[in-house]
Design a binder for this molecule. Structure first.
Ligand SMILES: Nc1nc2c(ncn2[C@@H]2O[C@H](COP(=O)(O)OP(=O)(O)OP(=O)(O)O)[C@@H](O)[C@H]2O)c(=O)[nH]1
Ligand SMILES: [Mg+2]
Length: 431
């Protein structure tokens, strides 16, 4: 069973709190503030790792929380940062986070930060000024980012085998590689993609056999839809076409059905180079196979190689292998995605940083009641314990400096009115 989808919850570690502390020494009667800062919380990082095969591990574990930062301590000791939590995913994994940002992890070693840890709070030493030499408060650390992330594995193969059910795709894979896919004389034998490696001389190609496609596959009919994603990253498609369909259908019509589904799924699939394998040649007279091949070559033009194959006798398999080697450009296996995904392949270098959102707004919520919303003010409140008079005074000073108090007054605020910020209601004394 190939696990190609998973949903995980990630949470960056919370920042450690800043310390409130004063120097104490026998010969110094009144020491100054010496509370250290809290450490940053750890990030949750997604890492592209060659040694993982699919997304199965996430069936058992779906929650990933990075460690929090340590709290600051007295004597100016800063808390340690929380270590990052690294989540390993196989090459070919696509991640879409709760903000809709998409990351493509293709190259082993690539990393993206999914959830950043929260910043640590500053210790009271940082709040000492000439006029306030003994601040009796420190900042709290903030929580890390968190949310759900959808993971989707799109296999990294050089060549995709596509065709109607029963066309002989798995038989080809079994003959050409060491893979042992199930082969049987009924449609939809293959229920999930199977990879095999083709060795020719010193070159290797990874072939992906995907379940048969039928009309409507791109819309969800049959099994093909789910698995079409797995050929998105290939660089060449082998269209396996049965020369002698047992159901009496016409190869021309069958060919058109599969090509249409590929194009409907993604126009980029239609644009991939093709090799046509006219399969099961042993079931038709030799002359008929030659005639059919000539007709297909005339129809498809010189761009498309047409090879007559038989997995029963081995006919044409060397020729097919040679065509694949010839048509798939030599490159390290990883950049396969680049060919199709283009700029998306770069996405894994992108680290999402929420834009420093400025701005807040003031609204009147009732008689003598106001609400201030917006990231900077909410963060300010989250950082402080308003039961601490010094901290409250500090918050009020900051609100003054940010212009929030003036905006409140313009909205009709009077001393003693209630102000709600980030779910906390307090009596603001703008004094
Ligand atoms: N005589 C003959 N039979 C073949 C050949 N290739 C495949 N078959 C038979 O055709 C049937 C279907 O083959 P598969 O390889 O399972 O076909 P598939 O395209 O993988 O089918 P799905 O997985 O259902 O999409 C099986 O009974 C095979 O034994 C061939 O070259 N010659
Ligand atoms: Mg099959």
């Amino acid at each position: 069973m190939l696990y190609d989808k998973a949903r995980i919850f990630v949470q960056g570690g919370a920042g450690g709190h800043g310390a409130m502390s004063f120097r104490r020494e026998a010969h110094v009667p009144r020491g100054g503030p010496d509370g250290g800062d809290g450490g940053r919380g750890g990030d949750v990082v997604l890492a592209c790792d060659d040694s993982t095969r699919d997304l199965q591990p996430f069936k058992r574990r779906a929650h990933f929380k990075a460690a929090r930062g340590r709290h600051g301590e007295g004597a100016q000791r800063h808390g340690a940062e929380g270590p990052d939590l690294v989540v390993h995913v196989p090459p070919g994994t696509e991640a879409v986070d709760w903000r809709g940002t998409r990351f493509d992890l293709v190259v082993p070693g690539g990393r993206v930060v999914l959830a950043r840890g929260g910043p640590g709070g500053r210790g009271n030493k940082r709040f000492a000024t000439a006029v306030r030499q003994a601040p009796r408060f420190a900042e709290r650390g903030l929580p890390g980012e968190e949310g759900w992330v959808d993971l989707r594995l799109k296999l990294l193969a050089d060549v995709g085998l596509v065709g109607l059910p029963n066309a002989g795709k798995s038989s080809l894979l079994a003959r050409m590689t060491r893979a042992a896919p199930k082969v049987a004389d009924y449609p939809f034998t293959t229920l999930e993609p199977v990879l095999g490696t083709l060795d020719v001389g010193d070159r290797q190609l990874v072939l992906a056999d995907i379940p048969g496609l039928i009309a409507g596959a791109s819309e969800g009919a049959g099994l093909g839809h789910d698995f079409l994603a797995h050929v998105e990253r290939t660089r060449l498609l082998v269209h396996v076409l049965d020369l002698a369909p047992v159901d009496g259908s016409e190869p021309e019509a069958n060919f058109a059905v599969v090509e249409r589904e590929l194009a409907e799924h993604d126009p980029r699939l239609a644009a991939l180079p093709r090799v046509v394998a006219l399969s099961k040649a042993d079931l038709v007279p030799a002359a008929a196979a030659q005639t059919a091949a000539a007709a297909w070559r005339a129809r498809l033009g010189s761009e498309v190689a047409v090879v007559v194959t038989s997995s029963a006798t081995g006919r044409g398999l060397d020729e097919l292998a040679a065509e694949l080697i010839r048509r798939v450009p030599v490159a390290s296996p990883a950049p396969t995605a680049g060919a199709l995904a283009g700029e998306e392949a770069l996405a894994e270098h992108r680290v999402f940083r929420p834009a420093a959102r400025r701005g807040w707004r003031v609204e009147r919520t009732g008689d003598g009641a106001f609400r201030v919303s917006g990231e900077p003010v909410e963060r300010l409140l989250a950082r402080h314990d308003l039961d601490n008079d010094d901290a409250l005074a500090h918050v009020e000073r900051r609100l003054h400096r940010m212009g929030v108090v003036r905006a409140l007054e313009e909205a009709g605020f009077e001393p003693g009115d209630d102000v709600e910020i980030g779910g906390v209601v307090f009596e603001l004394d703008p004094g």
